[in-house]
Design a protein around this ligand. Structure first.
Ligand SMILES: [Zn+2]
Length: 328
């Protein structure tokens, strides 16, 4: 069965004047209940991840700062619940990974908040307190697994890249708008030392569409992924890459998210999606629903497509860079 990580406590980290608020998750849950596959989903409650596990990825000073109420940077708020909720978010992903490792289930969607992919090893930032996906990926590597992280948020996952930059047991791939927040994610950011070649960035121009992303996915990222041969895939599922998102600038439609999950699932069935960005309630609700529908083997369609521009230059430049490390 497909696991859904969820807790009402994820709603407690909240600020109504901020785009990353609890309403996002309420909209997703309300929509999911109407889905034909809802009965097939297995909901699991997260646990608060122990600080000792978080410390393997984040500095002690950063963890201490997250306990305070206020702002961790210009964009990242905390209230009196945030520290606990952040531990529950990271714990939700680790719990899903544990369940899948135990062989009970194949895949999961972690409906967690706050998001994680901007949190670096030493700083919370960009709405993110702890890097949920990175913590789970690191936990998996400690259990002898190789992990591919695919990030389809419109923003580059600078935190995830940072955490695994010099490692070859976690392969990070991202399609994102560039230039855009947080400013990282250029083609020549490929990793360092042992990790060289294990970071794959597709910095896309404004208005780049599905055709562009699909070509990069099929001809560069999936072939690299197959050679890496991961034991596990984690997806940083951000829906601000949708054409209607106010924080975005790419032209991805809802159905394309389903297509991406379908392609990744063929590469490795052990797969967990984790909610990252996405600020139009109706879009994140349908985006999550279509990804879960593919995970659950009950695909739905919305006939929502984004028409954008091609990106031949980026495609060619990325091939040229990556063929130094992989057969593509
Ligand atoms: Zn984002």
């Amino acid at each position: 069965m497909t696991l859904i990580v969820y807790s009402d406590e994820y709603l407690l980290h909240d600020n109504k004047n901020h785009p990353e608020n609890a309403e996002r998750l309420r909209a997703i849950m309300e929509y999911l209940r109407k889905m034909p596959f809802y009965e097939k989903l297995k909901f699991i409650e997260p646990y608060e991840l122990d600080e000792s596990v978080i410390e393997k990825v984040h500095s002690k000073a950063m963890i201490e700062r997250a306990k305070k109420i206020g702002w961790l940077d210009m964009d990242t708020y905390t209230n009196k619940y945030s520290y606990k909720v952040a531990k529950l978010a990271a714990g939700g992903l680790v719990k899903a990974a544990e369940e899948i490792l135990n062989g009970n289930d194949k895949n999961a969607f972690a409906l967690v908040r706050p998001p994680g992919h901007h949190a670096t090893s030493i700083n919370s930032m960009g709405f993110c307190i702890f890097n949920n996906v990175a913590i789970a990926a690191n936990w998996l590597t400690e259990h002898g697994k190789k992990v591919l992280i695919f990030d389809h948020d419109v923003h580059h996952g600078n935190g995830t890249q940072d955490i695994f930059y010099n490692r070859n047991d976690v392969l990070y791939m991202s399609t994102h708008l560039f230039p855009h927040y947080p400013g990282t994610g250029k083609i020549d950011e490929v990793g360092y030392g042992k990790g060289e070649g294990y970071t794959v960035n597709a910095p896309l121009p404004h208005d780049a569409g599905e055709e562009c992303v699909e070509k990069i996915l099929n001809e560069i990222m999936l072939p690299i992924g197959r050679q890496f041969n991961p034991d596990f895939i984690l997806v940083s599922a951000g829906f601000d890459s949708h054409y209607s998102d106010p924080l975005g600038g790419l032209k991805i439609g809802i159905d394309f998210y389903g297509k991406e999950i379908n392609l990744l699932k063929k590469l490795q069935e052990n797969l967990i999606c984790s909610l990252e960005g996405g600020y139009v309630y109706d879009v994140i609700a349908r985006g999550v629903a279509i990804e879960i529908s593919y995970l659950a083997g009950n695909p739905i369609k919305f006939n929502d497509h984004g028409e954008g521009i091609q990106c031949t230059e980026i495609y060619e430049a990325l091939i040229k860079k990556m063929e130094q490390y992989w057969e593509i």
